[in-house]
Structures are given as C-alpha cells and as structure tokens.
Design a protein around this ligand. Structure first.
Ligand code: SF4
Length: 461
C-alpha cells in the first residue's frame, strides 16, 4: 500500500509548522491517500489540478475547508482502514469527499458514514474535482493561478497538467507568488517522469508542463542527475517527448521564460519530440518597463530570439501574456510594445490591464496610469493582436493537420484542438460533420476549410 508523503496527509502530518502563506479566503483542501500506486497517481493529479486552479493544500484537518479521502477497497483490512480514515476526517473536519476503490461501493460507505458530501469511484478524478468545486468553490485570482478561471469545470481524461516545480526565485514587482509559494523547488526529474508515465499508461494523450518558471527547472537542485535523469528543462522535455511508444503523448510547455537556453528546446520541437508551442510570458517589450517590473531577462533581445526560434522550427506557435498600463508606462513605451507586436507576430496573446495586488511592490511605484488610459491601451493592443491572429489562422485554410478531440456533442459537432492550441486558453478547431466513430481523446488528421478570429473549422480526411 502506498500513501502520500506526510506533508499531504492530514491524518499523519503535524500542525502546520511554516507560516500560513495562504492568501485571504483562499480555498483549501486536505487529502488522505490510502490507495495503491495507481490511486496515488489520481491523488497527485487531483492535487496538481487543484493547486493550478488556485486551491491551497492543507497538511492538517483544521486548515482545510474540505478533505478528500482516496480509499482502498482491495482487502477487508484495507476497507476497514478506509472507513476509519473517513470517520476520522468527518470528526476532525466535517466536510469529506470520498474517492478511490472503495468508492465503487457507495451504499456501503454511506451506511457507515451518512454525512459524507460525495462518493466517486476509482480513477474518477474528474468527478472528484466537480465535488470539490461544489463543496468549496474556487476563488480564481488571475495574478496567481496557473489556470484561467474558465478552466475550473472539468479536466477531460485525455490531457493532464504535470507540475514540475513550485515557487519562483524572481521578484517581479507586480507579483506576490514568491512571497506566497516560496523559492523555486523543483521535483526530481525521475519523479516527474514516473508521474508522466503513469498518466500515459492511464490514457493521457497530452501532457501540459506547468510551473511558475519552467525554464528555471532544476536550478535549485543544481540540475542534479538521479536515476539517469537530469533535472534540466531540455533533458526533461526530451525525456517526456520519448515516452509512450506508439501512444506518444503531446508534450506542451507553459511558462517558459526567454532565457538563452530556451533555444536548446526548439530543435526538440523541430524533431517532433515535443509540441512546437511555446507559452512565454513576455509581459512587455519596452526595456525600461521590463526593468521597472524587475522581470527576469529584461534586457533580452526578444525579437532576435524569436527570429532564431523560427529559423529552427518554422511551425512554432508562440503564445504570450502582457500587462498594459504598468505604473509609469508612457505612451511612447506602450508604442514600443505595439511596434514589437508588429514585428513579433505572435500567434496567441492574452493581455491584462495592470492592477494593484495586495502586497506587491509595484503598488508603491509612482505615476500609476489612469483607468481610462489602461482601457484605451488594452483596446488598441487587443485590436492589433486580433488582426494578427486572424491573418495567421486564415493562412492555415487548406492545410492538413493533426487535432486532438476534446468533446463531441449530441449534434455530432467535435470540438478539437490543433498543436497550436492549449486547452482552456487558446482557440479550437471544430468539425461539424462526419464525426461518427470518432472518440474523445483521439488524434485525427483534418483539412482546415474555414478560419475565424480565433478558431478554425475542418473536416476529417
Ligand atoms: S517570474 Fe516573476 S511573475 Fe513569474 S512567478 Fe516569478 S516573480 Fe512572479
């Protein structure tokens, strides 16, 4: 029997010894994991997803708004242990969601513990997330969460987030993540790979690598090699891209900063090992604004880097996020950003208007930009981004590409994504007819026959 480490087991862990770094009213979940290694994968996956959605994970009952008990029902002794764990969680916390193998016998559980909030069966981690959302609603914060608010409904089984590190060593002035989550803490590469392997064995076709600073992966552990795997993003990407044999998963990298070594990742994309997709938060293009933000790689010549990446992998899709109206941003600095966009021709962009966040150092900067100016700059920025996106999508009409099917509705319309589309943040490709026999999670070839501002339409070939 395998259990979560003590820090994730409210039944074992001592009271929180570290200062409570939760932001006010941050929803918080506890987890007791009693199952076999397969169940542990589900537990890890649930926790990864919840963390990415902005939930905190409590190491004790008292600090949790609700507790998930991942049970084992293989032997009578395991059943008894699971029932005890549910009883203890009910006594100590009161709000309990049960999942795992014993969840296949909901009547048996409810007979002993009628007060539980929800029961789901083994490997039904999507339903667990729904039960958590119902019991403890998420409280999205776009400045902190790794996933957008729209993504908090259900994660389809065929893709999964894979968290490779927690925390960040930088001190961007608008960001409080290092204060809340601490310094960079990378997971050993072999542990990340083991989780990824299990996910692929369980039917995952797309791995979404997330962290606060993906390019910095392994810096804190000096890129240590353990069990033949080196903790460096280039090595990890190569290892992840080599998983799966015939069912090789798509591997998509998020939150990659434009450090020079990012160039080493691009040949892996050109060779088809990982998706030719880079989610790279530039935030601005004016060197002065970037310096005032205290951004890593503020002086990087990003346009030169982009040119170099495209020379190696012409199909690369670049997604980025930007902040307009940062304190002190002048019209000239904003124009630098617009001109940069003309040159960079990014495929996908998101844009925030700057806002003060409690505790951020940027709050104290002089010359905050008036709300109407921020809005006006945001409108101009988004108008430009939309024109670029539309032109890029129009150029895809007539081409043939692989898409992954996320959903097929009752009218037979399939919602898919191309390699250029990350779930929940980018666009979609829709197939309106001829979808009989297709399955969610399948990767199929389509010919693109229509393009809109953000989405494509196509037919299966
Ligand atoms: S790199 Fe900057 S914005 Fe990103 S998490 Fe670290 S401090 Fe925050």
């Amino acid at each position: 029997m395998s259990q979560n480490p003590p820090s994730l087991r409210p039944d074992l862990a001592p009271k929180i010894a570290t200062p409570d770094t939760r932001r006010g009213n941050q929803p918080t979940i506890g987890m007791v994991s009693l199952g076999c290694p397969k169940a542990l994968v589900d537990s890890e996956r649930i926790l990864t997803r919840l963390r990415a959605e902005g939930y905190a994970i409590s190491p004790d009952y008292a600090g949790a708004d609700a507790v998930i008990v991942n049970t084992c029902g293989f032997l009578d002794s395991a059943k008894a242990e699971s029932l005890d764990a549910i009883g203890e969680a009910l006594n100590e916390n009161g709000k309990v969601i049960v999942t795992g193998c014993l969840g296949a016998e909901p009547d048996y559980i409810r007979e002993h513990h009628p007060r539980i909030l929800a029961v789901t069966g083994p490997h039904q981690y999507e339903q667990v997330l729904d039960a958590v959302h119902a019991a403890v609603p998420p409280s999205p914060d776009p400045f902190i969460d790794l996933l957008p608010a729209s993504g908090v409904s259900l994660t389809p089984r065929h893709y999964s987030y894979l968290k490779i590190s927690e925390g960040c060593n930088h001190k961007c002035k608008f960001c409080i993540i290092p204060d809340m989550r601490g310094k960079l803490q990378s997971r050993p590469a072999h542990a990340v790979l083991r989780e990824a392997e299990k996910l692929v064995e369980n039917g995952v076709r797309e791995l979404l690598v997330i962290s606060q600073d993906t390019s910095a992966y392994g810096v804190d552990i000096k890129h240590a090699e353990d069990r033949g795997h080196r903790a460096h993003i280039t090595d990890l990407a190569r290892d992840l891209g080599s998983l799966g044999g015939d069912t090789k998963p798509w591997v998509r990298l998020h939150y990659v900063y434009p450090y020079p070594h990012v160039r080493q990742l691009i040949p892996l994309m050109a060779d088809g090992l990982i998706l030719p997709y880079l989610d790279i938060p530039f935030q601005h293009a004016s060197t002065d604004v970037l310096r005032r933000m205290a951004r890593p790689a503020a002086a990087a010549k990003t346009l030169d880097e982009i040119t170099a990446w495209r020379a190696i992998c012409p199909d690369i899709t670049l997604r980025s996020t930007f902040i307009v109206g940062y304190p002190g941003e002048t019209e000239a600095e904003f124009q630098v950003l617009l001109d940069w966009m003309d040159e960079a021709q990014l495929d996908r962009v998101g844009c925030f208007q700057y806002e003060n966040v409690a505790g951020a150092r940027s709050n104290a900067l002089p010359d905050h930009v008036p709300a109407e100016v921020k809005q006006e700059r945001w409108d101009r920025f988004m108008e430009k981004a939309q024109v670029i996106s539309e032109a890029k999508l129009a150029a895809k009409v007539g081409s043939v590409m692989d898409v992954i099917i996320d959903d097929i509705d009752e009218d037979g319309i399939a919602t898919c994504r191309t390699k250029s589309d990350a779930p929940e943040i980018d666009g979609n490709l829709f197939i309106d007819e001829g979808t009989e026999g297709l399955k969610v999670g399948e990767i199929v070839s389509v010919e693109v026959d229509e393009a809109g501002e953000y989405d494509l339409w196509g037919k299966v070939i």
